[in-house]
Design a protein around this ligand. Structure first.
Ligand code: SF4
Length: 443
């Protein structure tokens, strides 16, 4: 994609340029169309910029919190998390102290903060922590930042069914979590064997039943496409079983084989992977089966039931998208805590140190562990807003788009609609977002 001169990499940029986008028929991930993109981040923006941005926030503006945990008991071969493999949850104790320090340093800069009503724990499965450690982390978040107890709060956590027993579920509910993201990936035993993630259907099913009984809402189950030995028929079987568990949301991810970046993937041979034609079929059968089951595609592979708040927000034109994914209304600011966590405060986007050593060392020196960042210019803010508008299913005024000779072609191909409301994506267009962004010269 040609990059106009005004979007060249800032001086001092250290991150690589955006990677080539996936081909037609491949699932697009949020990271691949993220804006700002990796090449916007540079090490000229660090802790001081974040401190100033926090200090300048209006005291009454809501702030979402995401806690990133890096420890894992497992060794899934498809893993791209750069998690630290460990058997003992005690290994997380020093990390939890550093998280507390990070909360204290961030809170010190804020002039005020309404109760936090959006919280997410993710990264490697947070159930690596013992129940006591979870309580301790939750208490510290509450003491330092103030968590909301309102019924409408949105407190979600990523869970690996292999790590989560009924006691853990009840504990999470008692703490205040009300949404679960369950990683399923595939139920085909041959695929599970190849990715070293043996997870019988009964395990997931009993968790879903218990989550339902405990009143967790909007359960999300995630599946991965493009895994070794995955076949369209095997995926259809998996989808039947998952749809039978009636989750509110189903998220499709794409496996990206990048063993040069993710050592765990070196155990996966390239010739085990589905070829491009099979990958296209995998996505096609997933779409067909989810459409037939009455799920609505929100975007980027996220499906919800029709009565889901996100589907309603999409229909009413109030859907937003930010660093925590799709939201009802504007995404707003996010404070990311933990190694490699991303924060967004106004026009400033920053990322924490990506290694435990660098993260801990910054906090031990009483500094926020920000490693690099990006501050959007007025042009970039406009581009970001345009992309978000398209992604969220709303129309963009053609005057807000760079001049493009491709509008008519995209329209003829059924990828965009041109109405009085402006230019918007069709249902098919959502799956071809990279092509459309490129054709519209949206950087
Ligand atoms: S995919 Fe998740 S559960 Fe598996 S090794 Fe990576 S972080 Fe752990």
């Amino acid at each position: 994609m040609p990059v106009p001169a005004k979007h060249t990499v800032p001086a001092g940029a250290s991150s690589p340029a955006r990677e080539p986008l996936p081909g037609v028929g491949d699932l697009v991930t949020a990271a691949e169309v993220a804006y700002p993109a990796p090449h916007h981040y540079h090490d000229g923006i660090g802790a001081q910029a974040l401190e100033m941005a926090l200090a300048e926030r209006p005291a009454e503006a809501p702030l979402a919190i995401k806690v990133r945990l890096p420890f894992c008991h497992h060794a899934c071969r498809f893993c791209a998390s750069q998690c630290v493999s460990s058997r003992s949850s005690r290994q997380a104790d020093p990390y939890l102290s550093r998280l507390d320090r990070e909360m204290v340093l961030a809170r010190r800069r804020l002039s005020g903060l309404p109760p936090v009503s959006r919280l997410h724990w993710g990264g490697a499965p947070p159930a690596f922590l013992s129940l006591d450690q979870m309580s301790d982390l939750f208490d510290r978040l509450d003491a330092r930042l103030g968590l909301s107890g309102a019924r409408e709060r949105d407190f979600s956590i990523d869970l690996d069914p292999r790590e989560t027993d009924m006691l853990t579920l009840r504990h999470l509910q008692a703490l205040g979590f009300n949404r679960l993201n369950l990683g399923v990936q595939e139920l085909d035993p041959r695929v599970q064997q190849a990715i070293n993630r043996l997870q019988p259907r009964a395990l997931t099913e009993s968790l879903v039943d218990e989550a339902d009984r405990l009143g967790f809402r909007e359960l999300t189950m995630s599946l991965m496409l493009g895994l070794p030995f995955q076949t369209p028929q095997g995926l259809v079987d998996t989808l039947e079983q998952v749809i039978g568990m009636v989750p509110a949301r189903i998220r499709l991810y794409r496996y990206r084989h990048r063993p040069e970046h993710h050592p765990a993937q070196r155990a996966i041979h390239r010739d085990w992977l589905p070829d491009a034609s099979t990958r296209r079929q995998l996505l096609a059968v997933a779409r067909a089966r989810l459409d037939a089951a009455g799920y609505v595609h929100i975007g980027l592979g996220l499906y919800t039931r029709r009565n889901d708040p996100l589907a309603q927000a999409q229909a009413s034109g109030t859907l937003g998208h930010g660093p925590l994914g799709f939201t009802r209304g504007q995404a707003g600011d996010l404070l990311g805590l933990g190694v490699n966590a991303t924060s967004r405060i106004g026009d400033l986007w920053v990322r924490n140190a990506g290694t435990l050593a660098a993260y801990e060392s910054a906090l031990d020196n009483s500094q926020l562990p920000t490693a690099r960042g990006a501050r959007l210019t007025a042009d970039e803010r406009r581009h970001r807003a345009t992309r978000e508008t398209l992604l969220c299913g709303r129309g963009v005024d053609p005057a807000d788009l760079p001049p493009s000779p491709h509008l008519e072609r995209l329209h003829a191909e059924g990828l965009i609609e041109m109405t009085i409301e402006g230019v918007s994506l069709t249902a098919e267009g959502h799956w071809r977002l990279p092509d459309i962004l490129e054709a519209l010269a949206l950087p």
